[in-house]
Every structure is written in structure tokens, then in C-alpha cells.
Design a protein around this ligand. Structure first.
Ligand code: ARG
Length: 588
């Protein structure tokens, strides 16, 4: 269904036209003076120039035309030419009834479905997930769900980092620790063992120690670089070892993402792009884009309008090895070939912006993507601790994602038990659900590109703009609905009445804004718009709830109407949090 603002604008535009003005001046917005009116049109001011007439006069004419319009209960020309509007309860009632009957709650699906690929998550094989990967996973998952809800084909790809120096480091460290493994025997003829020679915890310990050593020991570093190249060149023992590293890692990663309620359609890896590299490079050379510079193969990507230097894209290093840039370019080739997306969105730390500027420019310039494919970089900010510095463990180490999640859930558990006597087992489960909401909402309620402070105390609070507050609102509604049903009544549809009072009208107005909030969140790839919307809706609901005795209402028609408003509010909230990637418990 059309957004309510469009319906209102339609009426006001018709009035402008009937008075002999261009209808476009009738575009109406939400009022910025909610104490005076609900909607507001400032078109008369803009029309002054064209018609050489005082805006107040224009506004007065339009208001006269609108006076009889059944949509409005108040139409007023004020000040130098503003038109203030309040809608009639019946108008809202009609809108809500349609919304209630629609499984999509009046959100209009796109008429031109696109194939959109999302590159998010981006963990690195053999390194534990840390909080830096959290943001990408949370934001990407939400954008994927929003796009899907709008009717687009969203393909989420985890794009595992499995091809760089980190792999060479692990292989080298293993070779030092267990030189007798068959993987390092050049003359090995038989099959390689099926079992990996390490567990995930060993793997997670191997990488940091290898990485530390490579910083001090140059010979070791050279060995790791050589191992990386041998792996990339397909030396069988190295490949077999790499497969083990990959399998052990992926099993662990899948478990972790599942806990986060994050699900990828594709588990592609940097290495999957490898087969596309030679042809891609050859073509760039042939067409004159790539040239040699101090032994490396590069493509210029600077543009005249640049205000800061954009260095050339390095395709191959002087030793012929490929780089992060090379795999990202070749991954574009692969994605175009396999999925032909109209859009690829990368949800990556904003500190990688320059890398993506280079990659996108190079891909465009060399024709890896055509005009009708959009490449978009959605850079997110850093998650900081209360000290304003990147989030760390108490002893200053990198915080593992698992640790962070369990800390939040423990805090939630404590709060739940403090709130009321709950069965400890149930409280644990609930704490898991609410804890995840606290983390995700805490992240998503900020504009993605901004840094934010991860504040356990604030994020887990039941009050204020938090995940637990939204869930609390949903649980409150569920509890009223079940009490209503316990009294033998059923929740029907079609019985919403025009709002009876101020707080109810305010709630109705808020509910009517759902489709517009979702459309905006999609258009601006901005999940935080959904957070602001549900926070406002929850506030509107809670105000109505405190002012209204629903369960003791004697007029059954009135009571049924309210119950239906409650149910609609719950559907809107639950749909919204699903788009954000979390869910509500039954009780809390
Ligand atoms: N693995 C990378 C990292 O941890 C992120 C990958 C982002 N995606 C991409 N196509 N480059 O920094």
C-alpha cells in the first residue's frame, strides 16, 4: 500500500491544482511541531516566486479547498504561509485495517527485483573471530534481510580470507613444530591423512605465535612468504594442509555465526578467485591498462578530481605473487560470471576505503563490470571501549567474539534474575536471546559509518534506546494478548476502531509509518532507521499502555479494537527485529 505521507500529499496536491497552482507544491511532510499538527505543507512559501503572490494568500486558498476533505480533522494556514494538518481518526483506522489484513504489513515490494551480492563477515581462516568481525556480520545480515523483505534477490557471501600470508605463516610454523608430517615430504607418493594434524584451539594458538615470530625473525618471514607462494602455486602437500586448516576453521566459524543468527548463502573464499587471475591479468595487459612499474604490474586509477592521492592498483608483485587487490578484482570477475549481480555491496571496516576505491575504479576502467552494475562500499566505524579506544579485553588483548557474547549474556542473566524469580534454566535461555539483541541493537542503532562505544551497562538496560527495551515491549504485548485469550476470547481481524484518545492516535500514527521506515532503511542501506522507528513506536505503545485499561474494559467492541492494535504493534515490532537479525523471548 502507498505510504501514508503519499496519500496525504495526494490530497494536498489536488487542492493546489484545483486552485490553479502546480500540484508539486502540495508535497507534505511530517510536522516538526507535533504540538501543533501532525503533518505540514510548506509549498505555498515555495510557490511565491513563481506566482508572485503572498504565500499566506496561497495557503489560505488551498486551506479553503481542503476544508471539506474527509481525510482531515484540522486544516489551518498559519504564519507566513504554512499549512498545518491533522488527520481524522477514520482515515487512520482505514489505513491500519488495510495494514492488518496484509501479510507484509503494507510494505510495498519492489517492482524491479535486483540481484544484489553482499560481501560481509570477511573472517580470516585460522584466526579466531574477534569483535572487529562482529560489526560486518551484524550490519551485513540486517541489510540482507531488509533487501529480501523488499523483494530483491540478496546473495550473502562470507568471502573467507584464506589466501594471504597468514596461511604461509601457519604452514611454516607447523613445519617447524612437526617437520616429519608427510605434507612437507617432497617425495611423498601416497595419500595424505584424512585427519587434520591439529584442533581448532591449537590452530588459534599457532597463528599468533607464527605472526609474532615473523616480526622478529626475518629468515622465518621469508620462509612464510615462500610457503605462501608455494601454496598459491598449488604444491600438493601444502594444498592438502591448507584444506585441513580450512575445514577445521570453517566448522568452527559456522558454529559461531549460527550463535549470532547470521547465515551466509555462500561460503566462498579468496582462493576461489585464483583461477580467474591469469586471464584477467592477461586481458588487462593486452588492452593496455596494466603496465610494469619497478617490476610490479599496475593499473593507474587516479582521477583528475582527486583531492588526495589514489595510488595505482597493484595486480602482481615483482615476484609474481597476487595481492588482496588481485583477489578482490578476480572475485568480481567470478561474481559477474556466476551471478551477474546489479549491485555488489561490501560491508567492511571503513579503514579499507582506499583499497575499495582502487578496486572499484580498476574494475570499472577495465570493464570487469558494466555501467549497470553498482559497486558500493559500506565502511563501518570502530567499536570502542568506554575509554574511547578500540574494544579490548581487560588485559589489553584482542577481545574474542565468544568472550564478548558470554559477558553480555552473563550480565543479562543477572538482570533477569534480579527482576523476578525465574527458573535458572529458563533465565539462561532468555538471557541468550536478550543478550544477542542487546549486542545487535547496540550496534545497529548507530549509523554504520560512525565509531561507537560498546557499553555493556547501557546496552543491557531495560530502559532507553536499547534492544532489551524493545523486547520488553514485545513481551508486554504478548502477555496482555495471552491474558485476553485466557479469558476465552479470540484475537480477530477487522475490528480496529478510530483512535479514542491522544496517546492512541499517536500510536496509530506511528504504526502507519512502518512501510516508510522500511523503504528508507532499504534505500539508504541504513538499518539504524529501523531502530529509530521501533524505538519511537515502542515509546508510543508504552504511553498508550500506561494510559489505557485494556483488560478491564467493559465495552467489548472497544476492547477487541485495542487488542487488535496491540497485535498489530507486535507484528510490526517482531517483523522489524527480524530484519535486524534478532528475536524476542516469550517472557523475560
Ligand atoms: N578478510 C578481510 C579482513 O579481515 C575482510 C574481507 C572484506 N571483503 C573483501 N572482499 N575484501 O580484513
Amino acid at each position: 500500500m502507498k505510504q501514508i505521507l503519499d496519500l496525504i500529499s495526494q490530497e494536498v496536491m489536488a487542492a493546489f491544482e484545483a486552485c490553479g497552482y502546480d500540484p508539486s507544491y502540495g508535497r507534505t511532510g511530517i510536522s516538526n511541531r507535533p504540538d501543533l499538527c501532525e503533518y505540514q505543507c510548506n509549498g505555498a512559501m515555495a510557490a511565491k516566486k513563481k506566482y508572485g503572490k503572498a504565500p499566506a494568500l496561497i495557503a489560505a486558498e488551498v486551506v479553503e479547498k481542503l476544508a471539506e476533505n474527509p481525510a482531515f480533522e484540522l486544516v489551518q494556514a498559519v504564519g507566513p504561509g504554512f499549512i498545518n494538518l491533522k488527520v481524522k481518526g477514520e482515515f487512520l483506522q482505514k489505513y491500519l485495517l488495510e495494514m492488518q489484513a496484509d501479510p507484509d504489513l503494507s510494505v510495498e515490494k519492489t517492482k524491479e527485483p535486483k540481484t544484489i551480492m553482499l560481501d560481509y563477515g570477511g573472517p580470516n581462516v585460522a584466526k579466531p573471530l574477534h569483535v572487529g568481525h562482529l560489526r560486518s556480520a551484524i550490519i551485513g545480515e540486517s541489510i540482507k534481510r531488509i533487501g529480501r523483505f523488499m523483494g530483491h534477490t540478496m546473495i550473502g557471501d562470507v568471502h573467507l580470507g584464506d589466501w594471504g600470508l597468514q596461511m604461509g605463516l601457519i604452514v611454516t610454523e607447523l613445519k617447524h613444530r612437526q617437520p616429519d608430517l608427510p605434507y612437507f615430504d617432497e617425495n611423498w607418493q601416497g595419500e595424505y591423512p584424512k585427519e587434520a594434524p591439529f584442533t581448532i584451539s591449537e590452530l588459534e594458538e599457532i597463528y599468533p605465535s607464527a605472526s609474532a615470530r615473523s616480526k622478529e625473525d626475518e629468515a622465518y618471514r621469508q620462509e612464510a612468504l615462500e610457503a605462501t607462494k608455494m601454496l598459491q602455486n598449488g604444491v600438493p602437500g601444502y594444498r592438502a594442509l591448507w584444506e585441513h586448516i580450512l575445514n577445521v576453521s570453517v566448522t568452527d566459524l559456522k558454529k559461531n555465526y549460527q550463535k549470532l543468527n547470521v547465515e551466509f548463502d555462500l561460503w566462498k573464499k579468496e582462493s576461489d578467485a585464483q583461477p580467474y587471475i591469469p586471464d584477467m591479468v592477461e586481458k588487462m595487459k593486452e588492452e593496455g591498462y596494466a603496465y610494469e612499474d619497478q617490476g610490479a604490474l599496475v593499473v593507474d586509477v587516479k582521477e583528475e578530481s582527486d583531492t588526495k592521492e589514489v595510488p595505482p592498483c597493484i595486480l602482481l608483485k615483482s615476484d609474481g605473487a597476487s595481492l588482496y587487490t588481485t583477489t578482490d578484482l578476480a572475485t568480481i570477475v567470478e561474481r559477474m560470471k556466476l551471478f551477474a549481480p546489479q549491485e555488489i555491496i561490501y560491508i567492511v571496516d571503513k579503514r579499507q576505503e582506499m583499497h575499495f576505491t582502487q578496486v572499484f575504479r580498476c574494475a570499472r576502467k577495465t570493464g570487469l563490470v558494466g555501467e549497470d552494475t553498482k559497486l558500493k562500499f559500506l565502511g563501518f566505524g570502530t567499536m570502542n571501549g568506554k575509554d574511547g579506544k578500540p574494544f579490548k579485553t581487560r588485559d589489553g588483548g584482542v577481545m574474542r567474539l565468544e568472550t564478548l557474547i558470554s559477558e553480555i549474556c552473563d550480565e543479562m542473566y543477572r538482570k533477569i534474575l534480579e527482576n523476578h524469580d525465574a527458573d535458572p534454566k529458563e533465565a539462561r535461555e532468555t538471557a541468550g536471546i536478550v543478550g544477542l539483541a542487546a549486542i545487535k541493537y547496540g550496534d545497529l542503532s548507530n549509523q554504520a559509518s560512525k565509531d561507537y562505544v560498546f557499553d555493556v551497562e547501557r546496552f543491557t538496560s531495560f530502559e532507553g534506546n536499547t534492544g532489551p527495551y524493545i523486547l520488553y515491549t514485545i513481551v508486554r504485548i504478548k502477555s496482555i494478548l495471552s491474558k485476553y485469550k485466557e479469558s476465552g476470547k479470540t484475537v480477530e481481524k477487522g475490528g480496529i476502531l478510530p483512535p479514542a484518545g491522544d496517546s492512541e492516535k499517536n500510536l496509530a500514527l506511528s504504526l502507519c509509518g512502518f512501510n516508510s521506515a522500511i523503504a528508507q532503511a532499504y534505500a539508504e542501506t541504513a538499518p539504524h532507521k529501523i531502530c529509530s522507528y521501533i524505538y519511537e513506536l515502542s515509546n508510543a505503545f508504552n504511553r498508550f499502555y500506561h494510559e489505557t485499561k485494556i483488560l478491564t474494559e467493559e465495552d467489548e467492541r472497544q476492547q477487541a479494537g485495542w487488542i487488535q492494535i496491540l497485535e498489530l504493534t507486535m507484528r510490526v515490532l517482531e517483523t522489524s527485529i527480524d530484519l535486524l537479525g534478532f528475536s524476542a523471548p516469550e517472557r523475560m
